[in-house]
Write a protein that binds this ligand. Structure first.
Ligand code: 13P
Length: 248
């Protein structure tokens, strides 16, 4: 049985005041009666504050990206060890905004997953097809390529990993894959992981992301291979995020 997981991806939003207010509200209202695991991925600069504010709650904090390098002359980068020291538990790797806006490619993303795991973080490896891929029927080949890069590496620990399927055309657009469409992709991802390691595949959580809102969360999370959500816009609104967590 996989415990559902809901992670908020705040992207580059917020301020000190906003972060503190939202986390106080979440800390107050999300307690151990909630049956899903809950995470928030804040901008780097708020991670320490977030881990302090959530220290006595079930909420776990994460980052939105990480360097593939351990240390050294990499101006502007933040290492996995630094994130761990701040108290982070998760890190998103390969979000479509990183892939498209910052040219992150599979080979570097696999290194980021390895860097995160070796520092004791759990990477959330994100995959998804563009609108053009979707319309031309290439969803499954794009996903196979993105997950394939990870599965080709024998060093990746499949037992300390979360996967996320986020169709790019559904992110921030108000469009979502139908529960049935999303389930097919999630089942496909799990099958590919099974070919590598059946036991890990059964325990592996695969989140869905892309315009998840309180009014569509239940039908998505009700699918066999959808183990929770990666939430963008709705994670910035306490009521919406809590409702999504309750539905998970
Ligand atoms: P939205 O929920 O705003 O569509 O964003 C999804 C996302 O990118 C989460 O990582």
């Amino acid at each position: 049985m996989r415990q559902p997981l809901v992670i908020g991806n705040w992207k580059m939003n917020g301020s000190l005041a906003f972060t503190s207010e939202l986390l106080h509200t979440l800390e107050d209202r999300i307690d151990d009666k909630i049956s899903c695991e809950v995470g928030v991925c804040t901008p780097f600069v708020y991670i320490k504050l977030a881990t302090e504010l959530t220290a006595n709650s079930v909420i776990k904090v994460g980052a939105q990206t990480v360097s593939e390098f351990k240390a050294g002359a990499y101006t502007g980068e933040v290492s996995a060890l630094m994130l761990k020291e701040l108290g982070a538990d998760w890190v998103l790797v390969g979000h479509s905004e990183r892939r498209t806006l910052f040219n992150e490619v599979n080979a570097a993303l696999v290194q980021k997953v390895l860097a995160a795991q070796s520092a004791g973080l759990t990477p959330v490896y994100c995959m998804g097809e563009t609108e053009a891929d979707y319309k031309s029927g290439h969803t499954f080949s794009v996903i196979a390529d993105q997950i394939g890069a990870l599965l080709d590496s024998d060093d990746v620990d499949l037992n300390n990993l979360v996967l996320a399927y986020e169709p790019v055309w559904a992110i921030g657009t108000g469009l979502t894959a139908t529960p049935d469409e999303a389930q097919k992709v999630h089942a496909f991802i799990r099958t590919l992981v099974k070919e590598k390691n059946i036991k890990s595949a059964e325990g592996l959580r695969i989140l869905y992301g892309g315009s998840v809102k309180p009014d569509n969360a239940l039908s998505l999370f009700g699918q066999d291979d959808i183990d929770g959500g990666l939430i963008g816009g709705a994670s910035l609104d306490a009521d919406a995020f809590i409702s999504i967590c309750q539905q998970a």
